[in-house]
Design a protein around this ligand. Sequence first.
Ligand SMILES: [Zn+2]
Length: 287
Amino acid sequence: MLKTEEKKSIFQNIPHFDEAHKVRNPGLQLKMMKEAIPSFKKWFKQTGKASAFHSCDLILAPYPTKYGLFRAGSSPTPFIWFTNRMFIVQWEAEGRTWTMLNEPTETVLVSETPFYASLKEKFGDFLAHKVFSKEYAKVEDYLKLYGLEPEDIDYITYDHLHTQDALRWLGTTKPQADISPNESIKPYFPNAKLIVQQKEWEIIPYLHPLQYDWFQPETFNDIPEDRLIFTNGDVLLGPGVMLLWTPGHTQGNHSLVVNTDSGIWVSSENGIAAECYAPKESCFWND
Ligand SMILES: [Zn+2]
C-alpha cells in the first residue's frame, strides 16, 4: 500500500537535524549536521537510558566488494562478508517495559532476495548456503536466551528494507504462494508493529533499477495495515532510544541510537563507502 500524504507519527519528532536535512549542498549539509550535534547529544542524554540493549549475531552473508568498499582499496574476491546483527532494545515508559527488535532478519526467507537467489543459481545450493554464508542463530533462539516470549515484542524495525521479508513475523491478509499457499499467515509476533520511514515504504512500488537486486517488494503487499507505523524523520521512541533518519543507502534508511551506561551507541547499515565504517574520522560523534 502506498502512502502519499504525510502521516503523523505516534512518536515524538525530534527537530535537531531538520534544517540540515533540507539542504541539498552536501558539504554545507555535513557542516550543519556537525553543528547540530552538541545540543542534540545533550538533549538526548537527558531523555534517559534504555533499560536493556543486547547485540545478537544472526548470519554471516556475502556482499559485493564494489559496494562495501566503494573506491577504497581492492580485493581479489568479488565479495566481502558482513555479520547481520539484531539488537534487542527495551525501555520503560507509561509504567511498563517496551521491547523492540532492530534488524530481526528472517534468515531463511532472506535468501529469496534476487541477489542471493542468483548466487544460489550460479553456485548451487550447497555453496551458496554452506560456503558463502554462516548462520549463528535465529531470532527465535535469542528470544529464548533473553527470556522473551513472541507476545512481548511491541515493535520491530529495520535499518532499511533491503533483503527483508517480515511476513512470518507480522502475518498477512492473504495466503502466500511460497510459504502458506492455502491460508493467510498468522503472525509469529502477535503484538508487534513494524516501524518504517514513510519514504522507505514509498520506494517499494517504484524501485529504481539499481535497487532491483536487493528488495523483495512483493513480500510487503499483504502485511495488515494496522501492523505498520510510519515515521517521517527523527523520532524518539522512549527514554534513551531513538531512530535517526539517515538517508543515503536508501531514502528511508534510519539508524538506531541508544543511550546506555557505556555511552551513546548508533547502529547503522548505511554503508555506501569505506569512510562510513569509521564515523569518528568524520568527527560526527566526537565529544
Ligand atoms: Zn542495503
